[in-house]
Design a protein around this ligand. Structure first.
Ligand SMILES: *Cc1c(COP(=O)(O)O)cnc(C)c1O
Length: 368
């Protein structure tokens, strides 16, 4: 048997007829940018997240970056301000901070949940701190109640990186509705994935929503009138139409992921493998299932020899990347250890139970 990490062809095949029909409707409509598909998706996704606004963008990186740009325009941020961010995130989170002349302050995650905690964040707060940027890593929400308390006590903004957490919730309140703003990615491999690049910002703030909306469209809210020096990062009609189809199945797909995860959590019993911790099981949407082992490379080869594809999210810590030479002096032992031990198992809503059984049996028979 051969098990792929994530077979996007199989995932999207399930909706093929609907996707093709939605695409064809856009072709026939003659509207490709800023039309009714984008407006409808923005409304539907805002409702899904329990917020007033969703503003579509070209991708998740731009969604993060546009929030910072808008906050600078609103006078809430200035160049050189510090943004507290987990050290073990995808590079986009830190690139968005950097691109806006802000300073990333990297904090260690909790090694069991992979997320930052109020304890690690509070130690990093200085007089220059303006923003906390929690990442709901691998589909599990950061401890938002505690982080919001901290933010309120220190008068800080919160931007949620929700790129991996569509539909995750704490106390029935969804990811993307906790912070002052949130950024989502709809990259094809995300839990809600387009058939190309796409992203979005969610917020309840009228002024921020209007600014991001203008900023993504050349700084203009009225054609050929440019109030800001904006960018071009719009969600297009075809991707919005694809996302509207996929959004209708997101809850069902999350349930299917959870069924697989139940099996992973309860039948992987190799003592060399540490399973991930779900703080609240029903709140986790399992974008990735990430195990830890001292024998990571040997396990990955063992699985590869059994035709099981795994990935590492992420193999190199951000402060060890050539692009961030100026961060290389940082000492982040928890993060560095994690990057050596983590391994992401195959996971998608389209995975068969035979595939899940096979992965589990190969994991349980592993010996270094
Ligand atoms: C995917 C991702 C992004 C960036 O999204 P893109 O759409 O690829 O630009 C940002 N943050 C995290 C945590 C991500 O996983």
């Amino acid at each position: 048997m051969k098990v792929e990490f994530l077979n996007l062809k199989k995932v999207n095949q399930r909706y093929e007829d609907e996707l093709i029909r939605a695409c064809s409707d856009v072709v026939k409509s003659g509207y490709f940018i800023d039309g009714e598909q984008v407006h409808a998706f923005e409304q539907e996704f805002a409702q899904f997240c329990g917020v007033r606004y969703c503003i579509g963008t070209g991708n998740g990186l731009d969604a993060l970056s546009l929030v910072f740009r808008a906050w600078k325009e609103m006078g809430k941020l200035r160049e050189g301000d510090e943004v507290i961010v987990p050290a073990n995130t995808f590079i986009a989170t830190v690139l968005a901070i950097n691109a806006n002349g802000l300073v990333p302050v990297m904090v260690e995650p909790d090694a069991a949940t992979f997320n930052i905690t109020a304890q690690t964040v509070v130690q990093a707060i200085t007089t220059r701190t303006r923003v906390i940027l929690p990442v709901h890593l691998y589909g599990q929400m950061a401890p938002m109640q505690e982080l919001i308390e901290l933010a309120n006590a220190h008068n800080l903004l919160i931007l949620e990186d929700s790129a991996q957490a569509h539909g995750a919730e704490i106390d029935a309140q969804p990811a993307g509705s906790w912070g002052h703003a949130a950024a989502f990615s709809f990259y094809p491999g995300k839990n809600l994935g387009a058939l190309g690049d796409a992203g979005g910002v969610t917020t309840n703030d009228d002024e921020l929503a209007a600014l991001v909306s203008a900023m993504r469209n050349y700084g203009s809210s009225e054609k050929y009138h440019h109030q800001y020096a904006g960018v071009n990062s719009r969600l297009d009609e075809i991707q919005a139409a694809m996302l509207r189809v996929k959004l209708r199945y997101l809850k069902e797909e999350t349930t299917q992921r959870r069924v697989i995860i139940e099996r992973y959590l309860h039948t992987i019993n190799n003592p060399l493998i540490k399973l991930p911790t779900a703080v609240i099981e029903e709140a986790h949407v399992w974008h990735l299932f990430v195990i830890q082992t001292e024998h990571r490379d040997a396990l990955q080869s063992w699985l590869a020899n059994h035709n099981i594809k795994t990935l590492i999210h992420y193999p190199i810590a951000i402060h060890k990347q050539p692009a961030f030479q100026h961060l290389k002096h940082l000492q982040l032992p928890v993060t560095e250890q994690l990057h050596k031990k983590i391994l992401s198992l195959p996971l998608s809503a389209a995975m068969t139970s035979e595939e899940v059984d096979y992965v589990i049996s190969c994991l349980n028979s592993f010996q270094p």
